[in-house]
Structures are given as structure tokens and as C-alpha cells.
Design a binder for this molecule. Structure first.
Ligand SMILES: Cc1cc2nc3c(=O)[nH]c(=O)nc-3n(C[C@H](O)[C@H](O)[C@H](O)COP(=O)(O)OP(=O)(O)OC[C@H]3O[C@@H](n4cnc5c(N)ncnc54)[C@H](O)[C@@H]3O)c2cc1C
Length: 814
């Protein structure tokens, strides 16, 4: 078939709204030889039947930035392409029916202001004035976003396809990708079939935009793209007399959204328990298909809706729609370069926001593909955050029953997923459980977050105020500050980097100096060429030729991939040894006493100074202790071969009891680390935060030649800082901080908190956040008056550049 080229710079697989956007944005950047292959017709997968809500506010600043970009793009597409996108800015209202939800939407409104999104808090009577059909009897509050809109999903996709074609892309329908040819870590050929013909396109790279087929296409490419199709429902009423244009309305407490469309109401559902679909594969002939009605499933939503909008009782249902959409394990879409391969890109798994995300996601991915670097932090959606096990289809089935509904559930801080739990457990799990541990989950790992008292509910009671574990965690915090805390850090990612060029590789990738004696531990970052932080790790030299890189649980794969991609010709083997060792942290002023009680080895400053590791005897086992801390106290992380972990736990726990040591959880750790101003990767430090502005210049050794980011660090030293990461403490001990609260400097919003928690020793909520400071000295930055906005109320804050807790680290080095 002559129209199908035999080579391309990029082959995009899938012609839904996402594939069309990627094609549009690549060609806009001047890419030639872009080919999009669609197995049936454009939009015939999920895109054609979307409801078309297009909102701007997301849960983080960069996701909001992408959604805002989408809005702006859709506003212009019609003029650019001549295709009517139906896009209009009708505004949106979200209403709360409970006090907790009121706090949530007011916190979101504060966050929106910090992200530059216009939002109004409105009272129930103002809600009624803007949406007269609504029963507001039990409405506690509302927010109104006047730039939110709605559009025609299929035409939006077709407009981007047309734009891409006009710029040179080949967009081919009825061409199915049937296989991918690979060489090493690259896809080289895309096998296609069309109307009885077959062929191969030689491709420099491919982009998996296959929507709910994304998992399967991912497997063809040797990559893991965890997503699961679920049934997704809405109804459309018969025309309702005199119904004029209305804002989009969301009533999350009733799992419902409403859209006025051509004089009818579309009512959509995000029910708490959803229905995964397509477990045996998606039918080969699927094209503009619908799934069977399930009225029983939809009925509770409709019942609440009739009470909320009484006119629905008589409106009559014109359409009952059920269509599949793909959902991911964490409700965030997948974007970026697949970690397993070097030329396979992904944009799939859009969790019911593919239309409103397509513009921004396509723009960001195209920019990343073009430059080879993420244009800004995309950690929320970067495909490398997914763990290999998350591709397991049984897991995806279980998890996706919950994720659809979570989109409208209360987004309480610390909320844990209820489904698909218990998959990765540490050797201490049962011991901790027996002692009252209440677990949270990160990257599939079960981690003790806090310990319940015997007479207390062993479960979370969520709230925006102090939750039921607040005092438990305060006691754990006190134990670490005043005596000894023991906590399980097995979930650390552990990478063994070994070979004759290991030192050279790590010196190239890390800002710190890796030419250190055996036993030395270096706290360091992987920098990118802009001086941004790609990873925040500790590196321990185990031997002349072997290092252990310890990473956060969630970033192990990303960090391993970063190392591998910078390997070049060096002779180094990188192995994930996460599961080989369990880790128990022993922290607090009396930590030395406890270790000394169970080991004949020497833990003195002379034998084991801060920043060194040694192998020890402990109980009847062997372990390696690393003298480091993330809580700002004297302490050791004990690395124990997994087979001896339970024994070592019993030994330490028993000896600890006689010294008053306390088992602690992750909430304690976060509260202690924020008091000490320790940065948290993914929040306080990301690929777009310059290491000097993050206040981590001490960890970068520019005397060392030729490492990634060195030039950017030197340039920043000359040019001066544009931002500084400050620590804040609310002077009123009442309000709580989570993250994203606006930072107000001398009355003006200047930024937002990158992380927040409660500082039990400092006696108030603590936050970290960047403040612009071009041309200012540190003293000038600190001379200002600061406030943090919490759910619409400004609270006075003390600001500091040095950690407010133990600024000279005197407690760590005793
Ligand atoms: C009921 C419902 C309401 C929704 N409402 C909204 C909303 O209001 N706002 C919003 O933002 N989002 C909404 N969504 C979500 C939105 O529709 C999706 O997120 C979006 O359409 C996903 O686009 P996509 O391009 O990833 O997938 P798709 O549109 O499914 O496109 C993927 C394409 O890949 C093709 N393909 C697959 N395998 C191959 C292969 N091997 N070779 C070639 N082609 C292949 C398929 O044929 C398909 O056309 C809704 C979804 C549903 C179901």
C-alpha cells in the first residue's frame, strides 16, 4: 500500500485525542516524517464518547499548567483548523455537601490562586443564583472557576489531526500495528496490517497512544504500561424546556457531574466501586462501540441526582451511555520514555481526563522527545514511577475497581488506597502488625505509618483536621527526639553499582565526590544539564569496585534507568538489590546505647563517624550499619540480609524495650525531617529545581571535573539565585499544612509550599516552599513578613533559611 511510508522519524500508535495531540505538537516543533497509525477510525476508541468537560485545576502546579495550556489551545484550534471544536468557556461550579468537603474545596481554591487559576469561593445562595435548578438545602459551600469549559471531544481530536496533517504528518486510518521489531533497547520496525496487506515501517522512535490498548501495545514493545479499562457511565436527558447554557457542575459528594448540552442535561458518574472491563482482551472489531447498559449500577447516582436537580424527575432519559476508559493504579496518566527501552514513548491511561489533558500532555511529551529532557517536572505522570508488578493484570483489575471512584472521593491527606494491598511486605511486617502498626502503601510496599494503642482503632479516620493518629505520631516523634525510635525502611530502593568503572560512572552522574574511602557514605544528587535534581540518594562505597546507591522507594526504577542511560561504554553492572536487605532505622539520642547493647562492635565517633558504614555482629547475625539520618538525630540505618532480618528485629526490639525505645512510623519520619529542613524528593526537589536554589550546594563538588550539571551549577553561582527554599513555621499551633498552600510575602502571593507537616518539637505546622529572590540577599528575603494561606485564611509564619530544628546539626554528630 503505497500511502504507508516505509520509514518514519516517529510512529504514533493510536488516533484518539492523545495520539492526535502528540502528532500536532511534534509537527509544530518542526518534526518531519511523523506517522500516526489508527487501527480503525480516528476517535473510535474512547475519545468519541467523552463528556467533554475541560477543567483547569489539577492537584499540582505543573499538572495545572498543562491543563491551562490545553484550555488555551482549544480556544484557538477552531480558528487555526476550521473545525468546530464546540469549545466554550461556560465556567464550572463544584459544591460541597459536608464540612470536610468544604475545607477540601476551599483548600483547592487557595491552591488555585497560587497556581494562577482564577477561582471564586461562593456561598450556597450564590450557588443557587448561578445554578437555579439546584437543590442547595444541604450545600455547605461552592467554588466557581469562570474559565473552565466544555467542548466536543471528537472534533477537538480531529482538529488536532488536521493541524498535524497541515504541518506534514501522515495520519493513516485502518492501519493496525500488529508487532514491533526490536534490537536491544530500541524498537526498529513497526509491523502493520491494513485491508489484507502487511508491511513494516522503520522507525526512529514510537509513541504508544493506544488508550485502553496501551497495556497490550506496551507489551509488544517490551514495556510496562499498567492500565485497565473500566466501564464509565453517563445519561443524557430528553430536551428540557428553557434550559439555557449552564456552568459545568460537580457534586463530588454524590459522585456526580452535570453538563448542559444543547438544552439537555448530561449526568455522569464516578461511583465508588467501578466495573473493570475487557479482562479477556478488547474485541478485535471494537469501533465506536458501547458497552451494555447497567441501570442497577447507575441507579444510586440517579436517585441522588433527582433530589439534587428535581427537574430530572420529569425530564426523561434519552441516552444511557456506557463506554470504556482506561484507569491507572494511581489515577495519574502515563507519560514519557518507557524505562525498559530507549526509543519507546508513552502517553496513555488518562483516567477520564484525556480530553482536558490532551493538549498539555501532547505539548509536554513533544518537547521532551524533541530535546531529550523533560521540559519541567512531570514526576506525577512519568511512566518510570510505575513498578514492574503493577503490570500484573489481576492487580490492575483489583485496583481499578477503586481508582475511578477516588477521583470524586474526599481527597483527604494521607488517604490510602483500600484495594490491591499487601503485595510487597517487608520481613518485619508481621512483627510490626502485632505491635499495632497501621500501614500505608508506597510503590506497592506496605509501610508502617503509625502505631495504634491496643485500645485504639487500628485504622485511619481521615479528616482535614487532626486525624486519629496525630497524638500517636506525636509520641513517636518525642521518642525519636528524646530517646530511641525504631522504624522499618526496607522499602528503600537499593542499587548495587559494580565494576571497574563504577567510580567513574558515579562521579559522572552524581554532584558529590565518589572518590572516597571504602565505608564512606555520600549524600548526593543526580543532576541534569540544567542543574535540576533528577534523584536524591545516598551512595555508600562498599569496596574498591562496588557502591550501594540508596534511593526513595518510589523512584528506584527511575534512578536505575537514569544511571543506565548514562553508562556509555563504561564497564559497570547495575543491579536492583532492593529485596536482598531489610533496613531498620535506630534513631534518637540513645541509639548508640541500644546498638551497643546488642553488638560487640564499636559505634563511637572514632570508629563509626557520621557518614560512614561498617559491618557488625548483631544478635547472632551480621548486618551493616550506615550512620546517617533523615530525622536529624544520632542514629544508624541497619541493613540486614533479608533472611536474618526477623532475628535482628527481635534482638533490637527486645533490647529496645528495656531502654524505652518506641516503634515508629513514616508519619513520624516526615514530621521530624521537615523540622530539620531535609528535602523530600518529588516535592521539595525535582528535576526543575536547581540544586543551589534548593539549598543543597554543600552536596555538590564543583572542584570535581566533568559531571552532569557542573556547568549549570557554575553558571548559577555567577548569576545568583532566582529562588530560595525557605522553611516556615506557623505561629498559631492550630492549622495544619500539607502542601500547595500559598506563600504570601508582604501581602502578595509569591509561591506555594512544596511540602508540609506538623512539627511536634517546634510546636506548629511546618512547610517548605520556594520564594523568588532575584537580586536579593538572604537577609533581605528573611526581612519580609510571611503568611501561609490555609483554606482561605492567612496565617502568620516565621521563615528561615537554616533548619529551625538543630541548625548546626549538633545532635547528629554527638
Ligand atoms: C463516559 C466517558 C466520559 C468521559 N468524559 C470526559 C470528560 O468529560 N473530559 C475528559 O477530559 N475526558 C473524559 N473522558 C476520558 C477521555 O475520553 C479519554 O481519556 C480519552 O479519550 C483517551 O484518549 P486516548 O487517545 O488515550 O484513547 P482512545 O481515544 O481510545 O485512542 C486510542 C486509539 O488507539 C487505537 N489503537 C489501539 N491499538 C492500536 C494498534 N495496535 N494499532 C493502531 N491503533 C491502535 C485505538 O483504535 C484507539 O482509537 C471520558 C471517558 C468516558 C468513557
Amino acid at each position: 500500500m503505497s500511502k504507508i511510508p516505509d520509514r518514519a522519524r516517529a510512529v504514533i500508535i493510536g488516533g484518539g485525542v492523545i495520539g492526535c495531540s502528540v502528532a500536532y505538537h511534534l509537527t509544530k516543533l518542526g518534526w518531519k516524517d511523523v506517522v500516526l497509525l489508527e487501527r480503525k477510525q480516528l476517535t473510535s476508541g474512547t475519545t468519541w464518547h467523552a463528556a467533554g468537560l475541560i477543567a483547569q485545576l489539577r492537584a499540582s502546579s505543573n499538572m495545572t499548567r498543562l491543563a491551562k495550556y490545553t484550555q488555551e489551545l482549544y480556544g484557538e484550534l477552531e480558528a487555526e483548523t476550521g473545525i468546530s471544536t464546540g469549545f466554550r468557556r461556560c465556567g464550572s461550579i463544584t459544591v460541597a455537601l459536608t464540612e470536610e468537603r468544604r475545607e477540601e474545596i476551599f483548600r483547592q481554591a487557595s491552591m488555585a490562586r497560587a497556581f494562577g487559576v482564577e477561582v471564586e469561593r461562593i456561598t450556597p445562595s450564590e450557588v443557587k443564583a448561578r445554578y437555579p435548578h439546584l437543590n442547595v438545602d444541604d450545600v455547605t459551600a461552592g467554588v466557581y472557576l469562570d474559565k473552565d469549559g466544555q467542548g466536543d471531544p471528537a472534533n477537538i481530536a480531529l482538529a488536532m489531526a488536521k493541524g498535524a496533517r497541515q504541518m506534514g504528518a501522515k495520519i493513516l486510518e485502518r492501519v493496525a500495528v500488529t508487532g514491533l521489531q526490536k534490537q536491544g533497547r530500541r524498537v526498529t520496525g513497526v509491523e502493520w496490517a491494513s485491508g489484507g496487506e502487511t508491511g513494516v515501517i522503520q522507525a526512529d522512535c514510537i509513541v504508544n497512544c493506544a488508550g485502553m490498548w496501551g497495556h497490550q501495545v506496551g507489551r509488544m514493545a517490551g514495556t510496562n504500561v499498567p492500565l485497565q479499562a473500566c466501564e464509565h457511565f453517563y445519561i443524557v436527558t430528553e430536551p428540557i424546556a428553557d434550559l439555557t447554557q449552564m456552568p459545568v457542575l460537580r457534586v463530588p459528594d454524590e459522585c456526580a457531574y452535570y453538563k448542559e448540552d444543547a438544552g439537555k442535561i448530561l449526568l455522569g458518574a464516578f461511583e465508588p466501586v467501578s466495573k473493570p472491563w475487557g479482562m479477556d482482551g478488547i474485541p478485535a472489531d471494537f469501533e465506536f462501540d458501547q458497552l451494555p447498559e447497567d441501570f442497577d449500577h447507575f441507579e444510586p447516582i440517579l436517585e441522588a441526582a433527582v433530589n439534587r436537580m428535581p427537574m430530572l424527575a420529569t425530564a426523561g432519559i434519552h441516552t444511557f451511555f456506557n463506554g470504556p476508559e482506561s484507569f491507572t493504579p494511581d489515577d495519574a496518566y502515563h507519560l514519557g520514555l518507557a524505562p525498559e527501552m530507549d526509543n519507546v514513548w508513552v502517553a496513555a491511561g488518562f483516567n477520564s481526563i484525556g480530553i482536558q489533558s490532551a493538549g498539555g500532555a501532547g505539548m509536554a511529551l513533544a518537547a521532551w522527545m524533541d530535546s531529550g529532557e523533560k521540559p519541567f517536572d512531570l514526576g506525577d505522570v512519568d511512566i518510570s514511577r510505575m513498578q514492574p508488578f503493577q503490570g500484573n493484570r489481576h492487580y490492575l483489575f483489583e485496583r481499578s475497581r477503586e481508582t475511578l471512584g477516588l477521583l470524586y472521593a474526599d481527597h483527604f491527606p494521607y488517604r490510602q488506597k483500600a484495594t490491591a494491598r499487601g503485595i510487597r511486605r517487608t520481613p518485619f511486617h508481621e512483627h510490626l502488625k502485632a505491635q499495632g502498626a497501621v500501614f500505608g502503601e508506597v510503590a506497592g510496599w506496605e509501610r508502617a505509618n503509625w502505631f495504634a494503642e491496643p485500645d485504639q482503632d487500628h485504622a485511619y479516620r481521615y479528616s482535614w483536621k487532626r486525624q486519629n493518629w496525630f497524638e500517636n505520631s506525636a509520641r513517636e516523634h518525642k521518642a525519636v527526639r528524646e530517646n530511641i525510635g525504631l522504624y522499618d525502611m526496607t522499602s528503600f530502593g537499593k542499587l548495587r553499582v559494580e565494576g571497574r568503572d563504577a567510580e567513574g560512572l558515579l562521579n559522572h552522574v552524581c554532584g558529590g565526590d565518589m572518590s572516597v574511602p571504602v565505608g564512606k557514605i555520600v549524600y548526593t544528587q543526580f543532576l541534569n544539564a540544567r542543574g535540576g535534581i533528577e534523584a536524591d540518594v545516598t551512595v555508600t562505597r562498599l569496596s574498591e569496585t562496588a557502591y550501594l546507591v540508596v534511593t526513595p522507594a518510589a523512584t528506584r526504577l527511575a534512578d536505575q534507568t537514569w544511571l543506565r542511560r548514562h553508562l556509555g561504554e563504561r564497564s559497570v553492572v547495575i543491579t536492583d538489590v532492593t529485596n536482598a536487605e531489610a533496613v531498620l532505622a535506630v534513631m534518637g539520642p540513645n541509639a548508640r546505647q541500644l546498638l551497643q547493647a546488642v553488638s560487640p562492635d564499636d559505634f563511637s565517633n572514632a570508629a563509626n563517624p557520621f557518614g560512614t558504614a561498617q559491618t557488625i555482629e548483631i544478635g547472632m547475625a551480621l548486618a551493616r550499619v550506615h550512620r546517617v539520618t533523615y530525622v536529624g538525630e544520632l542514629g544508624w540505618e541497619v541493613y540486614i540480609p533479608t533472611d536474618m532480618a526477623a532475628h535482628v528485629f527481635e534482638v533490637l526490639h527486645q533490647a529496645g524495650q528495656s531502654l524505652g525505645a518506641k516503634l515508629c512510623g513514616m508519619h513520624m519520619m516526615d514530621s521530624c525531617r521537615i523540622e530539620k529542613g531535609f528535602r523530600h524528593f518529588g516535592h521539595d526537589i525535582t528535576c526543575e529545581d536547581h540544586v543551589l536554589e534548593a539549598g543543597l550546594g554543600f552536596a555538590v563538588k564543583t572542584a570535581k571535573p566533568d559531571f552532569i550539571g557542573r556547568d549549570a551549577v557554575l553558571r548559577k553561582k555567577d548569576a545568583g539565585l532566582q529562588n530560595r527554599l525557605l522553611q516556615f513555621r506557623l505561629t498559631d499551633p492550630g492549622p495544619l499544612l500539607y502542601h500547595n498552600e500559598p506563600v504570601i510575602r508582604d501581602g502578595q502571593v509569591v509561591g506555594y509550599l512544596s511540602s508540609g507537616n506538623y512539627g511536634h518539637t517546634l510546636g506548629g505546622a511546618i512547610g517548605l516552599g520556594y520564594v523568588p529572590c532575584a537580586g536579593e540577599t538572604a537577609a533581605e528575603v528573611l526581612a519580609s513578613a510571611y503568611e501561609i494561606e490555609v483554606a482561605g485564611t492567612r496565617v502568620t509564619a516565621q521563615a528561615s533559611l537554616r533548619p529551625m530544628y538543630d541548625p548546626k546539626s549538633e545532635r547528629v554528630k554527638v
